[in-house]
Ligand binder design. Structure first.
Ligand SMILES: NC(=O)c1ccc[n+]([C@@H]2O[C@H](COP(=O)([O-])OP(=O)(O)OC[C@H]3O[C@@H](n4cnc5c(N)ncnc54)[C@H](O)[C@@H]3O)[C@@H](O)[C@H]2O)c1
Length: 425
């Protein structure tokens, strides 16, 4: 339980139910304020969901126990009363690493699973796969009743299929799942529009610095909107301004005074330079470090997640993350990283990351422009070459805003000609 989903549910006005087998993890999120209430009793859980639905009360309810029990209890409720108590669902166990502690099988308690991991890992694997099959049976029945289920990007569907669960799409080839990945169905095509989780940390560790950076970021986004933005990204700007205005109120900070804000290339560069100015003029008490999540426009090559909508075959290469790693480093990043795994599991993805210290200097200002422009454009260009229309229009805008940027465009082939050629091959 990261707590993010519980908080997000409340921010969006939903009733979020999150199961967690580890009591320690659940209590920690409750204490930190990410989770509003909790219970270890399935009957209490069902009663609270029903109550909150009736009162239209946004809340987050933690269930201390196994998620399979929750799915099966919700199914029983539907089968006995005809009431579907869950509209949206996903799985957030660490299924990218299911046999080494990432997924606790329903047949065992958390402590028993930990013990079996050491004493009999083969038996644990058998139980995990059995539990995944049970979980999918309940989810499939609830989905038939109207639940919208999607893969959270934790390799749940991949591991469920490996376990023999019925997750294949009906009538489709063997690689398609019956449920969508959140990349396509929840996030949409935002990476091709250049938007991704830009983030920063206030090195002073002072909450008032974070508050000031939130205000600066919001002012910058507002100014960009007023100067004129393409219609296709207006919603992104509106949503992200709404988020950054409210971010402080939700008290999401644990530890470092850090923030994530989805932003595009123009927004990232201008926000970073405005932060640098604020450091220089003393408006902020200390420097700011800017970075981004690996799960972004160009940070990650991951055919089952970040690059799953790159359709020209290049999703199965590692060039984008590697180019970002090299490109960011020669443009003066403070640190860079290149690493395997993450989210979908080892061997399935390559990630390139960077961080840049904004110390108020002219040099930091220059490097922010070099790195952030490159970091986003590199991925958008790659997505444009794969024939993505949003990416083509985004990179065209970048070239218009900076005449020195030259990116080639792909030649679009008639899909029927390509299909015919493939048939003949
Ligand atoms: N889509 C994204 O943007 C995104 C972001 C972060 C993480 N992820 C993926 O999501 C997964 C979870 O990430 P995390 O950082 O929360 O991992 P985590 O390991 O911190 O949390 C997973 C939790 O699931 C609990 N758990 C395991 N099996 C359970 C079961 N059967 N029932 C109830 N609880 C169970 C564990 O005790 C653990 O606390 C990972 O696979 C990660 O790669 C996706």
């Amino acid at each position: 339980m990261s707590g993010a989903q519980a908080k997000a549910a409340v921010v969006c006005g939903c009733i979020g139910v999150v199961a967690e087998v580890s009591k320690e993890a659940l209590l920690k999120r409750h204490k930190q304020g990410w989770l509003e209430e909790y219970t270890d009793d399935l009957e209490v859980l069902v009663r609270r969901i029903r109550e909150a639905r009736t009162k239209k009360q946004a809340t987050s309810i933690g269930y201390q126990g196994n998620v399979v029990n929750v799915w099966e209890r919700l199914l029983r409720e539907y089968e006995t009363t005809g009431e579907l108590l869950v509209d949206l669902g996903s799985d957030q166990t660490s299924c990218h690493n299911p046999f080494s502690g990432g997924y606790c099988p329903v047949q065992l308690t958390f402590d028993q699973a930990e013990e079996m991991l050491i004493k009999n890992p083969n038996k644990l694997k058998t139980l995990v796969q059995e539990s995944l099959r049970r979980q999918v049976v309940a989810i499939n029945k609830l989905s038939d009743a109207g639940l919208f289920f999607w893969d959270y990007g934790n390799a749940f569907l991949l591991e469920a299929r490996r376990a023999g669960a019925d997750v294949g799409a009906v009538g489709a080839d063997s690689i398609k799942f019956r449920y969508p990945s959140y990349v396509q169905d929840i996030m949409g095509d935002i990476f091709s529009l250049g938007f991704g989780p830009f983030r920063w940390v206030c090195a002073s560790g002072d909450p008032t610095d974070l508050q000031k950076t939130d205000e600066i970021a919001c002012e910058v986004l507002q100014a960009i909107c007023e100067e004129g933005i393409p219609e296709r990204i207006r919603q992104q700007y509106t949503d992200n301004m709404k988020w950054i205005r409210q971010a402080g109120e939700h008290k999401l900070v644990v530890g470092s005074q850090a923030r994530i804000l989805y932003s595009d290339q123009v927004g990232r560069v201008r926000i970073a330079q405005a932060f640098n100015d604020a450091v220089r003029t003393g408006k902020l008490k200390g420097p700011v470090v800017v970075s981004r999540d690996h799960h972004d426009v160009s940070g990650t090559d991951s055919p089952f997640r970040e690059t799953s909508n790159v359709d020209d075959g290049s999703a199965f290469t590692a060039d984008m993350a590697v180019q970002n790693f090299v490109g960011d480093s020669i443009r003066g990043a403070t640190w860079v990283s290149l690493h395997n795994g993450g989210g979908v599991g080892w061997g399935e993805a390559i990630n390139g990351g960077f961080g840049l210290l904004l110390d108020g200097s002219e040099d930091a200002n220059y490097r922010a422009s070099l790195i952030l422009n490159w970091d986003v454009s590199n991925g958008v260009a790659r997505r444009a070459w794969s024939g993505n229309e949003n990416a083509e229009s985004t990179i065209l805008r970048s070239m218009t805003l900076d005449r020195r940027l030259k990116v080639t465009f792909p030649h679009h082939a008639d899909p029927s000609l390509v299909a015919r050629a493939l048939d003949q091959a």
